[in-house]
Design a protein around this ligand. Structure first.
Ligand code: ACO
Length: 402
């Protein structure tokens, strides 16, 4: 802990706020979030309505351009995306350089960054509106292709090319699963569930990965490099990596005999680094509205697909036990969006190492919208200050005298 009273006067005008718990870095007109009341709205529209009625591509348009599209605008947006789903064949050589053990998030980040090599005009600063928009469309179109490639690499299968007659979600699922299943047909239940999950993840104001995208972009780095940095931030287990960590935790509880209470005690023990993954949130302190929608969706999807997954029961037991435990109640720790999302992904046939990639797929329009807003508002380069607590001035000592 730093004793604020001891700070030297020349730095005392700097606000010290580790983790930016109370510091606003920008104004934004994209996403409204009230952590106390559990409210989340994209451009004013409640998340509950969007998850129920909209499509991911429509929500992407809403986030990126600020209003719901007319039917013509939506068609035009979808068509433009379809036209750009192919990825340059030379990018396959980069993919081929990765061992099968490479985590798909590492591949995704590297390949998205390497798009700058194929579209060097994206490095220009300043950019015209049309140039910026072309990068937006390319990124929306190519990320699902690259994401599916990253999975194919991990299982040693050939890549499946995009099928542009399919909608956004179906095309992604087809690239994931069409080979080696002959006559693979995308199940509409799976597409609907995917659509909902992607919408729920589409934006979340100034979270760690989005702030990263804005900060990198504030140096006028390209959209591709900025989003690649956001993917790296999202990979961390305290952020997007939590959905994978939740399933691994639930599996471990099951393998240990299924005693959820034992793991609740472990999470409370301050000498044990174990945390209840999928619990707690920096901003939501009463409930995460996305978790409510997802919990219901997990029940619906599993029953529609006829899947019985014992770890869903363990998750529910764990939630019940935590919500009745003073440790979790006092600290306002509730399930977050990722507590149940992994269970749905699993039921949809998405492998565990792809869960965070699925989050990136959903978060993409949010990153794009935030990057675009930051550039359009001509925000200055982000450059946090610090409070120096190191040595005061001292003289260099020759190595033999130390
Ligand atoms: N299990 C056990 N204890 C917890 C947990 C947890 N999951 N989360 C927080 N706590 C405790 C902390 O130990 C701390 O206790 P203390 O006051 O006795 O020291 C207190 O609750 C406050 O926690 P902080 O870490 O200070 O809260 P912060 O806002 O910094 O962290 C975070 C939020 C990172 C999400 C945290 O709750 C966590 O690590 N959760 C598990 C990982 C997770 O699910 N991440 C996904 C977040 S959502 C997303 O990115 C989409």
């Amino acid at each position: 802990a730093i004793d604020i009273s001891s700070l030297r006067s020349e730095t005392s005008h700097i606000t010290l706020d580790p983790g930016y718990k109370n510091t606003g870095a920008t104004t934004s007109a994209i996403t409204f979030l009230d952590g106390e009341k559990g409210i989340l709205r994209y451009r004013g529209y409640p998340i509950e309505q969007l998850a129920e009625k909209s499509s991911f591509i429509e929500v992407s348009y809403l986030l990126i351009y600020g209003s719901l599209p007319t039917a013509e605008q939506l068609d035009n947006f979808s068509d433009r995306i379809r036209r750009h789903t192919l990825v340059n064949e030379d990018m396959r050589k980069i993919l081929d350089g990765f061992p099968a053990t490479a985590h798909p998030m590492g591949i995704l980040s590297a390949l998205i960054s390497s798009l700058t090599a194929f579209y060097p005009e994206s490095l220009k600063s300043p950019q015209s509106e049309e140039e910026m928009d072309l990068s937006v469309i390319r990124l929306m179109a190519k990320l699902p292709t690259i994401a599916a490639w990253s999975y194919k690499n991990s299982i040693g299968h050939p890549v499946v090319y995009p099928k542009n007659k399919l909608d956004y979600g179906s095309n992604f699922l087809n690239m994931m699963f069409a080979y080696p299943t002959e006559n693979y047909e995308v199940d509409p239940v799976v597409v609907d569930a995917l659509n909902k999950l992607l919408i729920l993840h589409a934006d979340h104001e100034q979270n760690c990965s989005t702030s990263t995208v804005r900060l990198v972009g504030s140096a006028h780095a390209s959209l591709y490099s900025s989003v690649s940095a956001g993917i790296s931030a999202l990979w961390g287990p305290l952020h997007g990596g939590a959905n994978q960590a939740v399933i691994e935790m639930l599996e471990a509880i099951k393998a240990d005999g299924g005693d959820s209470k034992k793991f609740i005690e472990k999470a409370k023990d301050k000498n044990d680094p174990f945390r209840l993954m999928g619990f707690g949130h920096r901003v939501y302190k009463n409930f995460d509205p996305r978790a409510k929608i997802i919990k219901k969706s997990a029940d619906d999807v599993l029953s529609a697909l006829g899947v019985k997954d014992p770890i869903l029961d363990i998750a529910k037991e764990l939630e019940e036990a935590a919500l009745n435990d003073s440790y979790f109640v006092e600290r306002k720790l509730y399930p977050n969006v990722d507590f149940y999302s992994g269970i749905i992904y699993r039921a949809l046939g998405i492998p565990t190492n792809m869960f965070t990639v699925m989050f990136a797929l959903g978060r993409l329009p949010g990153w794009i919208a935030q990057w675009k807003e930051m550039r359009e508002n001509k925000e200055p380069i982000g450059r946090p200050r610090q409070v120096y607590v190191g040595e005061t001035e001292r003289d260099y000592v020759a190595v033999e005298k130390r």
